[in-house]
Design a protein around this ligand. Structure first.
Ligand code: XIL
Length: 322
C-alpha cells in the first residue's frame, strides 16, 4: 500500500530540517512541506552571527523569530544553530581589534544575549561549530587566536548560565571520514565533561556522500552513542556526485543507491538508546535549494525531496528504516 504518513507521524525521534527564512516566507510549497514533515526545525542561516549582529551594538532577530514562530505554529521543536563559528561572521567581528578582555566580552555578550533572548523558545543549541580541522588539530580560528583553545569551554559555560535548561551541543563535520577528527572531537567532549563543563550532546553534520560506506556511517553513529551523550545527525545531506562531474544526471540507479544510504543512516540512528536520540535533521528540505550546489558548482541531488518538492526514493529509505 502507498505510504500515507509523514516523517513526523512515524518517527520515534524528532525528524527535522534546516529552513531558510526567505523561502519559508515566499514559497508556500516549501513551507507547507516543512510544516507537514518535520517535528524539529533548525535555521539554516538566520541564527548565525552575521545574521543576528549587523553591528557591534545591535541585534536583528527578525528572520530568526520568523523561523521560531513558524515552528511554534506547527508544533515543532527549534534547535539553535550556532552560537560560535569561525565563519559567517559580520565584518565588524573579523575587523575587531581589542585585547583578550575585549574579545572575551564580545564572545560572552553574544552568547548571553542570544540564549537569553530565545530562552523558553529554543531548548537546544549548537554552542561551538567546527572547531577542528580534519587532521584533528584545533582550527586556528579567530577565536583561538584571540582567546586560546579554552574559549570552547567558556562558550558552553556562558550558554548554560543564560539558560540552565538548554541542551548544549558541540557540532562538527567529518566524523564519518576522518578517524583523527572523530577521535579528537570525542576526546574534547570527554575532557569537557570530566571538568564539569555543561555539554549534553554531539552534533554530527553528515554532509556526506556515496563514497562513504554504509558500515562506516553506521559505526560512526554507534561510536557517538558510546559517549553516552545525546546524538544529533544535525545537517544530513548525501551527495551522489562526489567526483563533482559537471555533466552528471540523477539516474534511477543513483536514486536507488541514495535510498540505501538514507536507510543506512536512519537505521543506525534508530538503533541508539532511545534516550540518546536527539534527532535527525536534513540540511534544507529539497534538492531545489541545497547549499551543496553552490558549494561544488556541480549537479547535486542530496536531499529526500526533489526540485519540485516531491518525495524521492531517499524518502522511502528513511520511511523503511523508521
Ligand atoms: C551553510 C548554509 O547552508 C549556506 O546557505 C551558507 O551560505 C553557508 O552555511 N556547516 C554548517 C552550516 O554548520 O551552518 C553550513 O550552512 C554548512 C556547513
Amino acid at each position: 500500500a502507498p505510504f500515507t504518513g509523514t516523517l513526523r507521524s512515524i518517527s520515534p525521534f524528532p525528524f527535522g530540517g534546516a529552513v531558510n527564512a526567505s523561502l519559508l516566507r515566499n514559497r508556500p510549497s516549501y513551507s507547507q512541506l516543512a510544516a507537514k514533515e518535520y517535528s524539529s526545525i533548525t535555521a539554516e542561516n538566520a541564527m548565525k552571527m552575521n545574521a543576528l549582529r549587523p553591528t557591534a551594538t545591535s541585534f536583528n532577530f527578525t528572520d530568526a523569530e520568523y523561523i521560531v514562530d513558524f515552528a511554534r505554529q506547527n508544533n515543532a521543536r527549534v534547535h539553535g544553530h550556532t552560537l560560535n563559528w569561525y565563519t559567517s561572521l559580520p565584518s565588524w567581528v573579523t575587523n575587531f581589534s581589542g585585547d583578550s578582555t575585549a574579545w572575551e566580552n564580545l564572545l560572552r555578550t553574544h552568547i548571553t544575549t542570544v540564549v537569553t533572548h530565545f530562552r523558553g523558545k529554543v531548548a537546544s543549541w549548537d554552542v561551538v561549530n567546527e572547531a577542528f580541522e580534519d587532521t584533528g588539530v584545533l582550527r586556528n580560528s579567530i577565536w583561538v587566536r584571540h582567546l586560546g583553545p579554552d574559549y570552547i569551554a567558556r562558550a558552553f559555560q556562558y550558554a548554560a548560565a543564560a539558560d540552565p535548561a538548554a541542551r548544549l551541543f558541540y557540532n562538527d563535520y567529518g566524523h564519518e571520514y576522518s578517524t583523527a577528527k572523530r577521535t579528537a572531537i570525542f576526546a574534547l567532549v570527554a575532557s569537557l565533561r570530566s571538568r564539569g563543563i555543561p555539554i549534553h550532546g554531539i552534533g554530527m553534520q553528515f554532509h556526506t556522500s556515496s563514497n562513504i560506506s554504509d558500515a562506516q556511517l553506521a559505526s560512526t553513529i554507534a561510536q557517538a552513542g558510546q559517549t553516552g551523550l545525546l546524538v544529533h545527525i544535525s545537517e544530513l545531506d548525501i551527495s551522489m556526485n562526489p567526483s563533482k562531474a559537471t555533466t552528471a544526471t540523477f539516474t534511477p540507479a543513483l536514486a536507488a543507491a541514495q535510498k540505501v544510504k538514507y536507510k543506512a543512516v536512519t537505521t543506525a540512528f534508530r538503533a541508539l538508546p532511545a534516550a540518546q536520540r536527539f534527532g535527525i535533521t536534513t540540511w534544507n528540505v529539497a534538492d531545489a535549494d541545497t547549499w551543496r550546489r553552490g558549494n561544488c558548482s556541480c549537479p547535486e541531488w542530496p536531499l529526500p525531496f526533489d526540485d519540485n518538492y516531491q518525495r524521492k526514493p531517499a524518502y522511502d529509505g528513511i520511511v523503511e528504516a523508521l
